[in-house]
Design a protein around this ligand. Structure first.
Ligand code: MTE
Ligand code: MO
Length: 376
């Protein structure tokens, strides 16, 4: 059994698939703290979790004809550590709601395939410069990552990002060895993982052991034949994976974490409290979250809670915004709570799933709707 060596996990996880392990924390606890505890951080594995021995582990960095091999200690000795707080979200977060509109193919994620952590590691830019990269070389367009997890044919998980993101001094791409102050847990990429702030979860390659500068994107299945979004009318027969762009930066999203779907809620002086998260990709900040208790006819602006800025004073906002607001209700009413966020480019979320539906159920960011009953 290739899954005989899996780490142990908390029983509270909502499991979407056992082998490979895919699970999200309960919605009730997701926004209890700004930083997601490691044990509650969603797990999205495509393959068995590899068992990696630090003694034999080497990171291979390939730039042109040159390959540099580094132990984890070498990496730590050669480069300054940085800590970046960022939210990671799976492209399939909230897919279950898109499937309710019309069936899509993929794991049935609720709204919790997202989490926020402080990642400590070394800048990818520094590693690449140290390996002799010429960032102006027109033949280098992508940085590819390979993970140590593989299938029976030895095909491993991989992904790539554009060179511009990898080399940007304020892009904050790191190879991380710590998650919230401790060694990265096995499920999340021990001993080293790529952290690509503002990008889709899929490019944050775990168990990374090869970094390659290339003229092309990673040949991995997950770069070329998955994690691409098509028009609502595209079918598996007509989807052209060769020409479709890879999902990289993520669109603006928000979700209600409390109250729960179909909950009975108790009003106080004509109000109930609604809480949730909002986030946008590309380092875009959240400017506003609007919440409705009448299905979207009238709106209240929520109070926003954000992280302290990153240590390097980066202008980018990589981590989520938590929010809460009191909305008006009447005893005995059945109401539909709705939330939608606006990011710093004034992007907003689509009202429904119809216009964004796609066959794999990616980027499911329509207004989040929660029906509740107000107690008499
Ligand atoms: N890296 C490797 N090596 N193998 C994987 O299966 N899954 C990717 C990404 N990196 C994956 C990977 C996907 S699709 C997501 S959403 C994130 O890791 C999930 O990270 P997490 O499990 O730490 O939450
Ligand atoms: Mo993902």
């Amino acid at each position: 059994d290739p899954f005989a060596n899996e780490p142990s996990r908390l029983p509270v996880f909502k499991i979407n698939s056992k082998k490979p392990f895919n699970a999200e924390p309960p919605l009730e606890v997701l926004t209890d703290s700004y930083i997601t505890p490691n044990e509650l951080f969603y797990v999205r594995n495509h393959l068995p979790v590899p068992k990696i021995d630090l003694k034999s582990y080497r990171l291979e960095v390939k730039v042109g004809k040159r390959t540099v091999k580094l132990s984890l200690d070498d990496l730590k000795k050669r480069h300054k550590p940085v800590t970046i707080t960022t939210t990671i979200q799976c492209a399939g977060n909230r897919r279950a709601e898109m499937s309710e509109y019309k069936t899509v193919k993929g794991l049935s994620w609720g709204p919790c395939a997202i989490g926020t952590a402080r990642w400590t590691g070394v800048r990818l830019r520094d590693i690449l410069l140290d390996a002799g990269i010429d960032a102006k070389d027109p033949n280098i367009k992508h940085i590819q990552f390979n993970g140590k997890d593989d299938d029976i044919t030895k095909a491993c998980y991989g992904g790539s990002i554009p060179i511009s993101k990898a080399m940007a001094p304020d892009g904050d791409v790191i190879l991380a060895y710590k998650m919230n102050g401790v060694d990265i847990p096995r499920d999340h990429g021990y001993p080293l993982r790529a952290i690509v702030p503002g990008y889709v979860g899929a490019r944050n390659v775990k168990w990374v052991h090869q970094v390659t500068a290339s003229h092309e994107e990673s040949h991995s299945h997950w770069q070329r034949n998955d994690y691409k979004a098509f028009s609502p009318s595209t079918t598996f027969e007509t989807a052209d994976y060769k020409t479709a762009p890879s999902i990289q930066e993520m669109p603006v999203i928000s979700a209600i974490s409390s109250p729960a779907v179909n909950a009975t809620v108790y009003e106080e002086q004509g109000h109930i409290e609604v809480k949730g998260y909002a986030w946008s990709g590309g380092g875009r900040d959240i400017l506003r979250v609007d919440v409705s208790s009448d299905g979207g006819k009238t709106w209240q602006a929520a109070n926003l809670t954000k992280d302290e800025p990153n240590a390097d004073d980066s202008a980018h906002c990589w981590a989520w915004t938590l929010w809460n607001v009191d909305v008006p209700v009447k005893p005995g009413q059945k109401v539909e709570l709705v939330c939608k966020a606006v990011d710093s480019a004034f992007n907003c979320q689509p009202e429904g799933m119809g216009a964004i539906w796609n066959l794999r159920g990616f980027l499911s960011n329509a207004w989040h709707r929660i029906p509740v009953t107000v107690a008499q």
